[in-house]
Design a protein around this ligand. Structure first.
Ligand code: DGL
Length: 275
């Protein structure tokens, strides 16, 4: 056990895009990661199922006594963040608000595109948060259900992915968005291909950087930042194939990582909330 880590969760490898930024901005912090690759994608699943799976991951992380939790999955953020804030005794943040803030900072025309999973787009969460922060924005959303499997299966070479990305983004291409929010944490891994399809003039927004800044602010406000005497220790768990997870993680994070397989037991949500 390494208490005091930052717990980070996602439906699979997408949350690694947030991990990379946390490692860059907060190199003294230890990370405890769980990716539910065995049940990824979450995007097409009913909200109640996403809630149940996400609580299983939160329950898993809590056993290690983390100091905060980052729901590094837009789909899970849209379903459970507000509720989890109420019952968790440690700070918890999601990725939608940081992504929205970054997009508003970048946008000049006020016309913002958002791409995400079916769950995230259906929830309308980005529109809600974007227009709450800045009323009057023109938000165009598009669900891209076929992008997550490309990343999870590590089929991210331009040859394989280009056609799929083109098909998924085609409804957006001529809509005149100049800022596009990558509203799924898997998407930054294929950002160069998305950029190629959208054109160089479109700014792509990943929530990773802003989320890591929020982690830093939350830890600092709560006097929870790691001190130099404490050794850094990262732990990665997946419900899927640890070898495949390790290959993707090492490529993306540009460092070697140890990955353990885990089975998440079925549990009663009421039990988790009472913890
Ligand atoms: N990374 C998750 C997100 O940000 C992926 C979603 C999925 O599992 O479909 O929404």
């Amino acid at each position: 056990m390494h208490p005091g880590s930052i717990g980070i969760l996602d439906s699979g490898v997408g949350g690694l895009t947030v991990v990379k930024e946390v490692m860059r901005q907060l190199p003294m912090e230890s990370i405890l990661y769980i990716g539910d690759s065995a049940r990824c994608p979450y995007g097409p699943r009913p909200a109640e199922e996403v809630r149940r799976f996400t609580y299983q991951m939160i329950h898993f992380l809590l056993q290690f006594d983390p100091k905060m939790i980052v729901i590094a999955c837009n789909t899970a953020t849209s379903v459970v963040l507000e509720e989890a804030k109420h019952w968790l005794k440690i700070p918890v943040i999601g990725v939608i608000e940081p992504g929205a803030r970054a997009a508003i900072r970048e946008s000049k025309s006020g016309k913002i595109g958002v791409i995400g999973t079916q769950g995230t787009i259906k929830s309308g969460m980005y529109e809600k948060v974007l227009t709450r922060i800045k009323p009057g924005l023109n938000v165009v959303s598009q669900a891209c259900p076929n992008l997550v499997p490309l990343v999870e299966d590590d089929e991210v070479s331009v040859d394989v992915a280009l056609q799929v990305v083109q098909e998924e983004l085609s409804p957006l291409i001529h809509q005149g968005v100049e800022t596009l929010v990558l509203g799924c944490t898997h998407y930054p891994i294929i950002a160069p291909i998305i950029q190629q399809v959208m054109g160089e003039e479109v700014s792509l927004i990943s929530s990773a950087e802003e989320t890591a800044s929020e982690v830093s602010a939350v830890l600092s406000e709560n006097h929870l930042l790691a001190t130099p005497e404490k050794a850094v220790h990262h732990q990665f768990y997946t419900t899927g194939d640890p070898f495949s997870f390790k290959r993707i993680a090492e490529k993306w994070l540009e460092r070697s990582v140890e990955v353990r397989a885990v089975h998440l037991p079925v549990l009663d949500i009421k039990e988790v909330i009472r913890l």
